[in-house]
Design a protein around this ligand. Structure first.
Ligand SMILES: *Cc1c(COP(=O)(O)O)cnc(C)c1O
Length: 394
């Protein structure tokens, strides 16, 4: 994708697929079965440990509940339509959580002696992942998201390049197309953690990545009531390896979770659009406050990530990060908020925020706050945040 001359605040509109449906149209029908008289548009969850299996196992679409389930199949079809609209080769494999999906990619593809490059500033569980991979004899190197070092790490030894963009919680962005081209020249596969953007904000497979992997726990399902993950790819060998891994390890989504996730996709466009608009309003309000430092949001026109984000993203997500003087100041601010819950995770319809340093693991200052902006009224949110800052200044 090339940069539009004047990037609109929501980024370029992505128009793909045979019918050229816009995303708002696509999400309400994605993965639905063909219309059948007197059947529901989205059939309910199928709760089954086993299925009637009259003959041979070979060719049976559904035999045992750890291998396949019609509720997953419909959700997987829907997610494939969103990650790679109109591409019949795209496959999605869903998991019980984002970490289930991430583990499936790393452990089913990385072999002893091979080299994997991970972001040093990505999701905090990547540090545990690194230890486990190294324990299995995989070489792991790390580099900061978007820095020159990341491209420099893509050398002849690399077999898998892992990207997370925008990265959580720092919100730096890297150039998927450029890094994927460099990795492919050296025969490496490229995976992108697309959790923060969701497929309506960014389509890694269309930007050259081999694998798009995400936690569906966050903005994808958006109500803070489901844990889910998925892997999307057009590479059949990768799909087969990841599917086989799921069957062996058993990290399968529950039918109820899969159904709730599918139901939530219908509002993905309206939710993420509203959240991106609210996030920008909140980020701008925070920027105007003298006591708030390092406000980061890829949609802010002067954010270091913005020029690249405007080229490869179509909306900028709901996360805003910033830093207050210290831990005490951050805690005072969080306790004064009325419309923003002090809670972890992000992407939900209700705004949440937390002092990220309380978990340990992320390289962030003590006063660093990760704020996830929900779908509330924008002016109410900004008013609440300004008042909490006033009271925290005390
Ligand atoms: C939350 C998150 C994960 C892990 O997902 P779970 O569903 O919690 O297992 C992975 N990557 C990113 C970027 C995340 O934000």
């Amino acid at each position: 994708m090339t940069a539009p001359e004047e990037p609109p605040l929501t980024g370029p509109r992505l128009d793909y697929g045979p019918a050229n449906d816009a995303d708002g149209t696509r999400v309400v029908r994605a993965g639905l079965p063909a219309e059948e008289p007197y059947e529901p548009p989205l059939p309910g969850p199928v709760f089954a440990a086993h299925y009637h299996l009259p003959g041979e196992v070979e060719g049976a679409p559904y035999a045992y509940g750890r291998d396949a389930n019609p509720t997953w199949s419909r959700l997987e079809q829907a997610l494939a339509e969103l990650e790679a609209p109109g591409d019949p080769d795209a496959e999605v494999i869903t998991f019980s959580s984002g970490m289930g999906a991430i583990s499936a990619v790393l452990f089913s593809l990385a072999r002893p002696g091979q080299t994997v490059v991970l972001p040093s500033d990505g999701y905090n569980q990547l540090a545990e992942m690194r230890e486990r991979l190294e324990g299995l004899g995989v070489q792991v190197r790390t580099a900061r998201t978007g820095g020159d070092a990341q491209l420099a790490e893509v050398d002849e030894d690399v077999s898998l390049l892992w990207l997370e963009t925008p990265c959580n919680p720092g919100l730096d962005v890297c150039d998927i197309r450029k890094l994927a081209d460099a990795a492919h020249e050296r025969g490496a596969l490229v995976a992108v953690d697309n959790t923060l953007a969701t497929p309506l904000g960014q389509r890694p497979l269309l930007l050259g990545a081999d694998i798009s992997v995400a936690s569906g726990t966050k903005a994808l399902t958006g109500h803070g009531d489901v844990l889910l993950g998925y892997v999307a790819t057009r590479n059949q060998q990768v799909a087969a390896a990841v599917r086989a891994w799921r069957k062996t390890v058993g990290a399968i989504p529950g039918p109820m979770e899969a159904w709730l996730a599918h139901r939530s996709l219908a509002t993905l466009d309206v939710r993420t659009q509203r959240q991106a608009g609210n996030a920008l309003a909140v980020a701008e309000a925070l920027t105007a406050r003298p006591e708030v430092r390092d406000v980061r949001h890829p949609g802010l026109s002067d954010d270091p990530s913005h020029p690249l984000a405007a080229r490869q993203m179509s909306r900028y997500g709901c996360v805003v990060s910033f830093t207050l003087a210290d831990e005490a100041h951050a805690n005072r601010f969080l306790s004064q908020l009325r419309l923003v819950d002090n809670a972890t995770s992000f992407g939900g319809v209700r705004s949440t925020a937390e002092r990220r340093g309380r978990w340990g693991g992320d390289q962030v200052p003590d006063g660093f706050i990760r704020l996830s902006v929900g779908v509330e009224d924008s002016a109410d949110l900004v008013t609440d945040i300004r008042r909490a800052l006033d009271e925290a200044a005390g």
